[in-house]
Design a protein around this ligand. Structure first.
Ligand code: NAD
Ligand code: ZN
Length: 369
């Protein structure tokens, strides 16, 4: 798609917090130049996971070296199980051993796990050094690399330890998604469907009509999808960096989704769990008269066509899910809050609060297998 697309992320009142997201098929070939331009540094720590290392990161490392950059490759084992304080400590210690100073920068090359962990290393190393997000999953391109949330998981839950730290740039090449397993691709699409559902009915309809090329990884279709999703997320982040107001709409499907994801023992991917969560929350919204009738059915239809689960899993009880929503860290003062939509493309502002409590019975009835 020519020169590709650029989306500026502006943060309220913060010049230094503003950065650019570039989306372009084939951009990976120009990464050494792009990195040098957006994040000049004397040394780079290229952090990646073991899977992405072999597929994409090692070749980037070699090209950076051939270009004369001083760069070290720091891989860790792939998987959510490694998004931990132990990995954070090992990576930080390794950078200290290598003698990296404040003139170093981090390159986060991988999916959301790499982005969150490497971003947290950058946020804390010598009290914060610059970093660049180079996302390699669809989820990371449209969701986790935008917004500046970094962190690690603990026994008590996911993402409980972390920091806000904005990258210098996000550089996304849809062509690297060619190697992504189909299941991971679909899980990323769930977040794109969410973006349409909460903010842009036209985009939602476009996804419905373009599912075939999207699933076939047509580079133009994927570039357009990533660009529109990033625009929507970036606009919300710019309005509300720390999630007190309208950014909450991004949690649509996530109150139920997080509980379902955890109860599955993380056998369901995040996108799969929120696919089920969005349908359930839309159904609950319809039951209380907030969400337009037929919304849940339309959501379920596009999500199922993308190969995502939409029915409440047989392996868990509805009561267990309800119980777990109470442990969601977004719950405030006992009442579990839901970021609902009014219709496809329109979020429920709930009188300026952007989320609302729902009665237990409405939630239980909404979990249809
Ligand atoms: N910071 C945020 O705002 C935010 C938002 C949403 C999700 N997240 C986090 O993102 C994480 C999930 O991200 P994810 O779904 O990208 O998971 P992930 O990083 O674990 O990637 C999924 C799998 O795909 C592999 N992979 C990555 N790129 C590949 C490629 N191009 N080809 C083949 N395989 C590839 C990875 O090695 C991994 O095995 C979670 O930890 C979640 O908490 C963060
Ligand atoms: Zn999500």
């Amino acid at each position: 798609m020519g020169d590709g697309a650029r989306v500026a992320v502006g943060l309220p009142g913060a010049g230094p917090g503003a950065y650019e997201i570039r989306i372009e098929s084939g951009l990976a070939d120009r990464l050494p130049d792009l990195i040098g331009a957006c994040c000049p540094a004397h040394r780079y720590a290229l952090i990646t996971d073991s899977t992405v290392e072999a597929l994409h990161a090692r070749s980037l490392y070699e090209r950076l070296r051939a270009d004369g950059a001083s760069v070290d490759l720091l891989p860790f084992p792939a998987g959510e199980a490694h998004k931990t304080r132990d990995s954070w400590a090992a990576l930080s210690d390794r950078m200290l051993e290598l003698g990296m100073g404040r003139d170093a920068a981090v390159l986060a090359v991988g999916g959301g796990v790499v982005g969150d962990l490497a971003g947290f290393v950058a946020a804390t190393y010598l009290r914060g050094i610059p970093y660049v997000q180079i996302p390699t999953t669809l989820l990371a391109m449209i969701d986790s690399s935008v917004g500046g949330k970094t962190g690690v998981d603990t026994i008590a839950g996911k993402n409980l330890i972390g920091a806000f730290h904005q990258p210098r740039a996000v550089l996304a090449d849809p062509a690297v998604l060619d190697t992504l397993p189909r299941r991971e691709l679909a899980a990323g699409l769930a977040e794109a469907v969410k973006h349409g559902a909460i903010a842009d009915a036209g985009y939602f309809g476009w996804i419905e009509s373009r599912l075939e090329p999207l699933l076939a990884r047509d580079p133009d279709a994927l570039s357009q999808l990533i660009t529109r999703s990033v625009e929507i997320k970036a606009a919300m982040v710019a309005r509300d960096e720390r999630e007190s107001g309208p950014r909450k709409t991004l949690n649509f499907g996530h109150t139920l989704g997080h509980a379902i994801e955890a109860l599955s023992g993380y056998r369901l991917l995040h996108g799969e769990a929120i696919s089920i969560g969005m349908v359930g929350e839309a159904r609950a919204g319809e039951a209380v008269g907030v969400t337009e009738r037929g919304t849940a059915a339309r959501l379920a239809s596009v999500l199922a066509a993308a190969g995502l689960p939409t029915g409440f899993p047989d392996s868990m009880t509805r009561e267990a899910v309800l119980e777990l929503t109470r442990g969601d860290k977004k719950a405030r003062g006992g009442a579990v809050e839901y970021a609902l939509i009014r219709a496809i493309g329109r979020s429920d502002d709930a009188g300026g609060r952007w989320s609302r409590p729902l009665e237990d019975d409405r939630v239980l009835e909404a979990m249809v297998r």
